[in-house]
Write a protein that binds this ligand. Sequence first.
Ligand SMILES: *Cc1c(COP(=O)(O)O)cnc(C)c1O
Length: 429
Amino acid sequence: MNNTEILREISCAHETAWVNRDKVSFEKESKCLALNGEDIAEASARLQRFAPLIERLFPETADRHGVIESPLREISGTKEKLSEMGELPRGRLFLKCDSHLAIAGSVKARGGIYEVLKHTEDLAMAAGLISETDNYAVLADHRDFFSRYKIQVGSTGNLGMSIGIMSAALGYQAIVHMSADAKEWKKQLLREKGVIVKEYRDDYSRAVKEGRRLSDADEMSYFVDDEHSKDLFLGYSVAGERLKQQLDQQGITVDEKHLLFVYLPCGVGGAPGGITFGLKQIWGDHVHCFFVEPVQAPCMCISMASQKGDQVCVQDYGLTGKTDADGLAVGRASAFVYKMMKHVVSGIFTVQDDRLYQNMKLLKEADDIIIEPSSCAAFEGYTSMMKYKDTADYCRSVMESAEDAVHILWATGGSLMPQQIVEEYLAKG
Ligand SMILES: *Cc1c(COP(=O)(O)O)cnc(C)c1O
């Protein structure tokens, strides 16, 4: 299908798949991008400097010495069940469990926490509290200093949780502007941690806009801007080198004969875009990254297929932007991520909400792992790859000269869900 045909499918809220015909070799593209491998290395080093502080504030991170990282698990049971339902692309199947990242229980523990730490380092160095070679754990003794400052963010739920929890732990005044899609339990959890939660009846873009306005008017306040932030993006991109270590440990090589396919749920684009950027730095054209969005909120897909970036929103295509996948309930994509990804992402799938619950239940039954509905969008890229002509052609053509492949579903959230909510979701599946 060409872009016009895809946009027609999208505006009918049909499940569909778009393949990126403008993708170029990553080596060539990387010369034109706003960030590079050195920026990722800097972000990675910063996270290392903060590890002693993280370990002190969050003892649950002690097993990894303050490094916030998630397991990579092979899900053979799930693969077997899925194979009974339709043709799957060739290769082993893994789950990257960012659903179980410490502190925030979602992929936002990468970008969100990184940005709070970066800002903290800037403030603390300017005030002479630390230098780069100090043990940053001392920063836990400066709550009075940080309590003079505010950190604000607009969120559909999980970004607010990661920013809110981290900011509150350091002593900041944290204010989270929540869109209408945010789940009640996420707001409640934040309030219990001393975070101020402001609720909006409008969608994500509105919550971000209000938060940005209020923060900009206050010189003691810092705004984490999901629609433009390079720091968030870099925090996510450190996932690349971490995944490389994990694949190395499991004896898995990625090269021209052994390809890697990664499926990432997409909202505004920062998390899937940043992770893709990190993976591409390591494996270049041997890794193929696909995003997945809800049929009512495919903001990145319309940005790409229309080639209009953030000049278009899902409402322009007659869609509501409403979905049970709260983490993906975004009507307008990030212009920055659009630019970073337009020649890099392999394609984008869209998925209906009911499929999320079915796959949540299937993963629980087959491999006993619980993740939230938004996370389950990742399944759609893998299970529908061979269903659509365009993606099947893509997959067959890149696999032609390869011996095998590894597929990774990126589970983006879920471990903080209350038990009762989990049961409601499983019942829906
Ligand atoms: C935020 C989020 C995503 C997508 O991240 P974006 O940066 O908004 O694209 C995916 N899954 C979950 C669970 C999320 O919370």
